[in-house]
Ligand binder design. Structure first.
Ligand code: RAM
Length: 929
């Protein structure tokens, strides 16, 4: 062979390797070159795509099967994990292979290889076999990277500003360091966290697109660090980096203007790890060699906004050419680093952009911009003024009755941005360490035109993928769904908060438990709640009491309230249901037990009737009916939630195989219910509080014996009718009222409540122009005046808990509790409320579930999507004999099995795939179409 042919052969070999690799990427298997209608995609590790800061010892891997065939189930899988992205086949690169595992598990499969070490990067792929004897090609290769697992991995030192004036509400310190990298860089990762909140730059560029990092946790016990791949920001030669810190949650103002909750001094921990192409490593860490100065951010606060003086900018401060001769030295701090944890949940990112709907002058003469949506975030402007000119931006959720800018309900929170121009060039500015809850912006100090070319509002919230969609033929209900979703966006800012505008913004546990299940339908909140629940455990008192707010920034007695502290059991259970995540139950089990243990300790004869409780917070206490008629006894509520928490603990115990506990708590539950009946229910089933919430809780938590349930449900219906079909429940009854009505055959009444447009109702705020859920049923009263400004948030999510019923009952998408995470699905739509159609979609860990129905002239059509590797039970309502699927009699469709009639419904089992059912409806219920 001469050289030419040798070269040709080599080229051919290379080409075939490239083609093979390409085919593999495209989904063609190396073992069989025939494409099958089965692929694996959406590989996630610990709920994230290619995470780079994993600290789980055995990370969990999940994937989705992609196929258009029906009835597809996974029968086996094989995972391989290696150290090299391009070769997961060579023995030397393999870290672990699962081998072919006969299992239908495609979510939360534990990595089972050798112990993973700090910074280790693992590439992985998977292939699956299905019940049609097909094998998928190997999936694309994804990866995960381990974080810093041991405190000793941190060689960086905490550094602080030496200035005396470094106090809450003061200017933001900027830390800087210049350095030389003397080789070509292969990879560079920044490990960073702060006491306070930080924004980092390298060579003049912002690092990452996260905001308010390191996020809010119970800092003294758990402080997250973030990891960024900063390879592209660095270069061989001169480099520089800079980090600005703000007060954030660490020492910023919180409830009652308390400050310095976690400490008085801001501090930075910074470790930049560079790997050169020659394999050598270099670490640039925060240490004594850094310099610090104050710059343009004169003060920043979540409540109050930001003061920014552009004249104090230090141009080029994070670039190597900048001279920091006048900058001060820093002091190091030997704080131990044993509270550092990787970031497991989603970070806050910038999302939707809103342009001004209109700019107008109010009767009081203010210049106001309407962005059309009550949102949480900030305004970005692009304006030109003169050096030294000051512009002020004020933020409000609503205008008052006369159309004036209304900020009384912010209480002491200023929500104010002050910006001082440095020269007459056009400046683009957005704040840094603050967020505002607003729809309206008041601009002071700028006379030029304001419009969509120079103003935009951005929503900032935890970066959770939208998983759910829900809509109907009724635009008001659609707006309600919109408001629920925006209530969620505005209040999921690293932790679930209650109000994002006034001087509160805390993780109220009652609100979180009420809304949690709805939240799981709208967005992927698995990581969000898993992280927050760890803070709950961290802040839970030794005696099991759960603080009113998590992370706890209140005093030590602000703990243990029924319906609030029960988030300790309710949230883990909801996350388990939505994502089939047993680990969250495991993680929270001791906390769940401790909470029930606390109540046990504070009960006499199984009756919990002591302590401070918020009760059915913000129930209807109007004047149209006897005042206070809807007031539910707080101890009755406490006893009901005592039972519910115990019930959920039993369920968790069953899932985790804790049979001793199951036995013990089953007996406890029996006694709790007995005490409840003796204390709060007459022998005929009348409750001592004749309220909607009272009956709702008793029925939803199975407090009443079977023989009293039907009549109790009727009493509930009568109560609702007494109020002319208005809802009177507060935070605790609201999430369950429609579910209870549906469960006992009164879906028509549930629809009455939903469709009611007058106060109190869900649609009353919608009719009043709401774009989010309000804290109170009557934030704006029927006469147009406002509720008490001391507590009147227009962006709260608790009443949005109806969303759960909308998804689960109107559209009818549910998971089987015995096989959760939508592995076994229930599709049981319940039409009503004069709706002619409703549709919902939910992106589950297995793929998309859809239920979309419409009624046209008595013909009911239902379109269903069941994702691969799941099965569904379908309940078709109000059927007549002839049902078709895909145009043919369902009895002849081989993919539909176990067809039976249950009452007016037809029940059947289906496997994965797309289905189209049509039949003529029997009329039922007074609101049937
Ligand atoms: C107010 C808010 C909050 C609620 C507490 C008890 O701060 O309404 O949502 O949980 O009270």
């Amino acid at each position: 062979m001469n050289y030419i042919t040798k070269k040709g052969a080599l080229q051919k070999a290379c080409l075939s390797i490239v083609i093979l690799f390409f085919l593999q990427l495209k989904g063609f298997s190396q073992v069989q070159n025939v494409p099958v209608n089965l692929r694996v995609d959406n590989l996630i590790c610990e709920y994230k795509i290619n995470p780079i800061s994993v600290d789980a010892a055995n990370p969990r891997l999940s994937w989705k099967l992609i196929t258009t065939d029906r009835n597809i189930e996974q029968t086996a899988y094989e995972i391989r994990v290696g150290s090299n992205a391009v070769s997961l086949t060579k023995a030397k690169d393999i870290i672990w292979t699962s081998g072919k595992v006969l299992s239908d598990q495609s979510v939360h499969v534990y990595y089972g290889g050798p112990t993973l070490t700090s910074r280790q990067k693992c590439y992985w792929q998977v292939r699956v076999w299905n019940n049609k004897n097909q094998v998928s090609p190997w999936s694309m290769v994804n990866f995960w990277k381990m974080g810093l697992l041991k405190p000793t991995d941190w060689t960086a030192k905490w550094i602080q500003n030496t200035y005396q004036s470094d106090t809450t509400g003061g200017p933001s310190p900027m830390f800087r360091k210049a350095f030389i990298l003397d080789h070509k860089i292969r990879a560079a990762h920044l490990y960073i966290t702060a006491h306070g909140v930080f924004e980092a730059q390298i060579n003049g560029k912002r690092v990452g697109n996260d905001y308010f990092t390191p996020g809010w946790t119970s800092y003294n016990k758990r402080l997250q660090y973030q990891v960024y791949d900063v390879t592209s920001l660095l270069k061989k030669g001169d480099n520089a980096t800079g980090v600005t810190l703000g007060d954030g949650w660490y020492r910023g103002y919180t409830y009652n203007r308390r400050k310095d909750v976690y400490g008085k001094k801001l501090a930075l921990l910074y470790q930049l790890e560079v790997v050169y192409t020659n394999g050598k490593r270099q670490i640039i860490s925060s240490d004594k060699s850094w310099r610090v100065a104050y710059g343009p951010i004169r003060s920043s606060s979540f409540f109050d906004g930001e003061v920014y003086d552009a004249r104090k900018e230090k141009a080029g401060w994070s670039e190597p050419t900048y001279r920091n001769l006048t900058w001060d030295t820093v002091k190091t701090d030997e704080t131990i680093k044993d509270n550092l944890i990787a970031t497991s949940g989603p970070t806050v990112k910038k999302h939707e952009k809103f342009l001004p709907l209109k700019v107008f002058n109010t009767p009081e003469g203010d210049r106001v911009v309407d962005f059309g949506q009550n949102l949480v975030g900030w305004v970005q402007f692009k304006l030109k003024a003169k050096a030294g000119d000051t512009i002020k931006l004020f933020h409000a959720e609503v205008l008052d009755q006369k159309g004036n800018f209304y900020t009384k309900n912010l209480r002491t929170a200023k929500q104010e941005i002050t910006y001082v121009f440095k020269d007459d060039s056009t400046t683009t500015f957005e704040p840094h360490f603050t967020f505002q809850g607003f729809r309206f912006l008041k601009v002071v100090g700028y006379k030029g035109p304001l419009d969509s070319t120079n103003l935009a509002a951005y929503a900032l919230y935890s970066d959770m993928a939208q998983t759910g969609k829900f809509s109907t033929s009724n635009p008001l209900v659609n707006q309600l769904q919109h408001n629920i979703q925006w209530g969620q966006k505005g209040n999921f800012i690293d932790v679930p908060t209650d109000c994002p505008q006034r001087d509160e913004r805390m993780g109220w546990t009652g609100d979180a438990q009420a809304f949690c299940r709805t939240a799981t339908f709208n967005m992927d909140v698995a990581g969000f709640f898993t992280k927050w629940l760890k803070d709950l455990s961290a802040d839970q008192h030794k005696d099991g009491a759960v603080p009113y707010v998590i992370p706890n920034v209140l005093d030590s007695v602000s703990a243990a309230a029924s319906g609030w502290s029960d988030v300790a059991t309710i949230a883990p259970w909801n996350i388990y249901l939505a994502y089939g995540d047993k680990q969250v139950l495991q993680q929270q089990y001791e906390s769940m037990k401790a909470w029930v243990g606390y109540i046990q300790q504070h009960s006499r004869n199984y009756l919990w009737d002591t302590g401070n409780h918020f009760g059915d917070w913000l129930f209807y206490a109007g004047t149209n009916y006897e005042d206070g008629a809807a007031l539910t006894d707080k101890n009755l509520i406490a006893q009901a939630f005592y039972a519910y928490s115990t019930q959920l603990l039993i369920k968790a115990g069953k899932v985790l195989g804790r049979s001793d506990d199951v036995q013990k708590y089953t007996l406890l539950l029996y006694n709790i219910k007995k005490a409840f009946l003796a204390e709060y229910v007459t022998p005929n089933g009348r409750m001592i509080s004749g309220t909607q919430t009272s009956y709702v809780l008793a029925l939803n938590f199975d407090m009443l014996p079977e023989n009293l349930r039907e009549s109790a449900a009727k009493r509930l219906v009568h109560n609702i009718e007494d109020y002319d079909e208005h809802i009177t429940t507060g935070f605790l009854g609201t999430p369950y009222i429609c579910h209870v009505l549906s469960r006992f055959g009164h879906t028509d009444i549930a629809y009455d409540l939903l469709m009611k447009e007058s106060y109190p109702s869900w649609l009353y705020p919608v009719k009043n122009g709401a774009t989010t859920i309000w804290e109170r049923w009557d934030g704006i009263k029927p006469d147009g005046s406002f509720e008490d400004p001391e507590m009147n948030s227009f962006n709260h999510y608790a009443y949005g808990a109806i969303g759960d019923w909308m998804y689960r009952v109107i559209a009818g998408i549910n998971t089987d509790e015995g096989d959760p995470g939508f592995h076994s699905i229930l599709i049981a739509p319940r039409p009503g409320g004069k709706l002619s159609s409703a549709q919902a979609e939910l992106e589950t860990l297995y793929g998309k579930v859809k239920s979309a129905w419409s009624i046209d002239n008595g013909t009911f059509t239902l379109d269903v999507i069941v994702p691969p590797n799941t099965t569904a039970t379908v309940l078709l309502p109000s059927v007549t004999d002839q049902i078709t699927e895909g145009g043919v009699d369902i009895n002849t469709v081989k993919d539909i099995t176990d067809i039976k009639k249950t009452g007016h419904d037809a029940q059947m089992s289906i496997g994965s795939g797309t289905y189209h059912f049509v039949y003529t409806m029997k009329t039922y219920g007074k609101h049937n179409n």
